[in-house]
Design a protein around this ligand. Structure first.
Ligand SMILES: Nc1nc2c(c(=O)[nH]1)N[C@H]1C(S)=C(S)[C@@H](COP(=O)(O)O)O[C@H]1N2
Ligand SMILES: [Mo]
Length: 347
């Protein structure tokens, strides 16, 4: 889905052409004058319209983006032996945190290199809202919520629609446990997820104003209650790095990666099927279900195999499995899923 939306030249904002080095140096310079955040928040000496709201330093590396104030209670969590990936190695941690998709931070150019753009983003403290067809609206402090949940580790396959894949040990809890606390009404047929909307901390939202921010996704209730659907607050035994979706994200290992919304701020329970970010942008390419299926090619490429990334500078072409290898968990949810090679149909 990379670069599918070509911005008209007139939409490119001024700082899209400002190099990172110039930006960083300006910030260091302001800091050295002792003006800090105030000068930046008001545009400061550089008179940038896109000034960041924080004077947080740029991260030094992909693991320097784990928020210092993330709760670490219960980490590392015990691995749940029901969820392992016997046929593949676990992907090296640095690979999983340095090759990402997170359009709120960057969505053009070298867009897999997300972590250097996360300095201004503050993932904690965080509130999570529960709205819609529920017994009552609720708003939780996320650190309190995480501390109240029994955390476990699960090793899952992860397959992006762009046909690359990794294997990741996620830490968190099943989405069904969170949904139980939301107390949905019997008329709730779907649950929608809304992601963070903070242009002042998210350079990709600031620059790419043509996207329908904030990012949004949704599941049918039976999908959301499936035991595989997981809320991750950590990976590799530590809290999530920002580029992997801190402070919380969904992991739906039988679906393409984009269904797993990162940096979620709201769950909304609905009667009717909600729209989704990628379906709204490209309805001919990205459907609501978006199950991993080697029999359904993307309109622009095959999904029959994938580029597995075990460690730095290594990739292995391997066949893609139906439901990404989770047939026994989810087949019953999708009686109509094609099991023979089919044309490019959008589901
Ligand atoms: N909010 C938000 N969530 C998102 C995305 C995004 O751009 N914004 N990208 C999706 C896509 S396309 C993928 S493949 C996964 C990538 O997760 P990872 O970077 O942790 O591997 O996040 C998904 N969730
Ligand atoms: Mo993706």
């Amino acid at each position: 889905m990379a670069n599918i939306i070509i911005p008209p030249a007139w939409q490119l904002k001024e700082n899209a052409s400002t190099t990172k080095a110039a930006y960083t140096n300006r910030r260091r310079f302001i800091k050295s004058l002792g003006l800090g955040g105030i000068a930046l928040a008001t545009g400061g000496l550089g008179c940038s319209r896109n000034a960041q709201s924080s004077n947080a330093p740029d991260p030094d590396g992909p693991l320097d983006t784990i928020p210092e104030n993330a709760p670490r209670d219960g980490l590392p969590a015990e691995r749940n032996p029901a969820y392992t990936v016997p046929e593949r190695p676990v992907t090296e941690r640095l690979v999983a945190s340095s090759y990402n998709n997170f359009y709120e931070f960057i969505n053009q150019g070298n867009l897999k290199r997300v972590w250097p753009h996360t300095g201004a983003y503050e993932a904690f403290p965080w509130t999570l809202q529960v709205r819609g067809r529920v017994e009552e609206d609720q708003t939780w402090d996320l650190s309190d919520l995480i501390r109240s949940m029994a955390l476990e580790e699960r090793v899952y396959r992860f397959r992006c629609v762009e046909a690359w894949s990794i294997t990741v040990p996620w830490t968190g809890f099943s989405l069904s446990k969170l949904i139980e606390r939301c107390k949905p009404l019997s008329s709730a047929n779907y649950v929608a997820f809304t992601c963070v909307n903070r242009p002042n901390q998210l350079p990709g939202q600031r620059i790419a104003t043509w996207y329908p921010w904030p990012y949004f996704e949704a599941l049918r209730m039976d999908e959301a209650m499936n035991e595989l659907a997981f809320v991750a607050t950590g990976m590799y035994g530590e809290p999530l790095p920002k580029q992997n979706g801190s402070p919380l994200r969904l992991v739906l290992p039988w679906k393409y990666g984009y269904k797993g919304a990162k940096a979620i701020v709201r769950l909304q329970f609905t009667r009717n099927q909600p729209n989704t970010f990628w379906n709204e942008l490209q309805p001919r390419e990205y459907g609501f279900l978006s199950n991993v299926n080697p029999n359904i090619p993307h309109p622009r490429w095959s999904q029959a195999s994938e580029r597995f990334l075990p460690r730095e500078n290594v990739e292995e072409q391997i066949p893609t499995q139906i439901f990404n290898g989770y047939d026994q968990w989810v087949a019953g949810l999708y009686p109509d899923e094609p099991r023979q090679p089919a044309g490019p149909i959008i589901r």
